[in-house]
Design a binder for this molecule. Structure first.
Ligand SMILES: Cc1cc2nc3c(=O)[nH]c(=O)nc-3n(C[C@H](O)[C@H](O)[C@H](O)COP(=O)(O)O)c2cc1C
Length: 243
């Protein structure tokens, strides 16, 4: 049984536009980045609950709200971290529930390369240094030192649209977190071994793993936090038609 539904009272008030809201959203979008170096200090439970209450307003197909999360703190994070790091160093025998991209080509390949090179330059991994890049990759399973890890699951029968809904949820989670001074990173890396994750948390087989989110307070001095990713001009991505 799900808990009682909630609707914010303000949602029925007439509304046109509010420049302060646009400005706030602009700030949040501009300032959010994928944090890859966290302080160990845990996030206050009431702040986590506030993030979750905000993210729960995410739109989803038929309002199904298919996201269910497991969120770790304290000893639960340490147990999961240790188990994942151990797992990540054994050969992978399972596939993600949602297939990872088959290929990056053209602009996508260039942007992927760019973002990887920026990270490596920031943390001092030399081009072609496979040992150092594997070490940096392993940081994913350490949650980059975050005190909290979230596993985002969807319902298997909802297929790809369940994952689309979860994707929107993940971004709202990250923006809500940012608005409260909490940094985060979405991680497909945590969806690489879904059977292992389901076993670890005792999740049923019809909960499919979409991705993880590590979150906490940023370490502003951490080398991995010293770069930001650019975005393409939207005009290259959108076709506007008026006739
Ligand atoms: C669904 C999703 C999965 C991601 N998975 C990973 C991951 O496994 N490891 C990682 O370091 N970054 C991951 N990222 C972060 C992206 O690399 C990052 O969002 C992108 O480079 C844009 O940079 P920004 O978030 O700093 O703006 C993921 C992001 C998203 C949205």
């Amino acid at each position: 049984m799900s808990s009682p539904a909630t609707t914010p009272a303000a949602s029925r008030e007439p509304f046109r536009s509010n420049p302060a809201w646009t400005e706030a959203l602009e700030q949040l979008l501009a300032r959010r980045y994928s944090c890859r170096g966290f302080l160990p200090q845990p996030v206050e439970p009431e702040k986590i609950e506030r993030i979750l209450a905000l993210a729960q307003r995410t739109a989803s197909w038929c309002n199904a709200q298919p996201w269910k999360l497991v969120i770790t703190s304290g000893a639960a994070t340490e147990r999961f971290r240790q188990a994942l790091v151990e797992q990540a160093q054994t050969p992978r025998t399972e596939s993600p529930d949602f297939a990872f991209p088959r290929e990056y080509h053209g602009d996508y390949l260039a942007r992927r390369r760019d973002c990887g090179l920026s990270l490596y330059a920031a943390v001092g991994v030399a081009r072609g240094d496979r040992v150092a890049s594997a070490q940096q990759g392993l940081e994913n399973f350490r949650f980059f030192g975050a005190p909290h890890a979230a596993i985002v699951t969807s319902a298997e029968p909802l297929g790809i649209y369940g994952a689309v809904d979860c994707g929107a949820y993940v971004h709202n989670f990250m923006l809500a977190a940012m608005s409260l001074g909490v940094s985060s990173i979405a991680q497909a890396a945590l969806a690489q071994r879904p059977e292992f994750v389901r076993r670890h948390f005792g999740l049923p087989s019809d909960r499919v793993i979409v991705c993880g989110i590590s979150f906490g307070y940023e370490d502003p001095q951490h080398p991995a936090n010293q770069f930001r990713t650019p975005r393409a001009d939207w005009r290259g991505e959108v076709t506007l038609l008026d006739r």
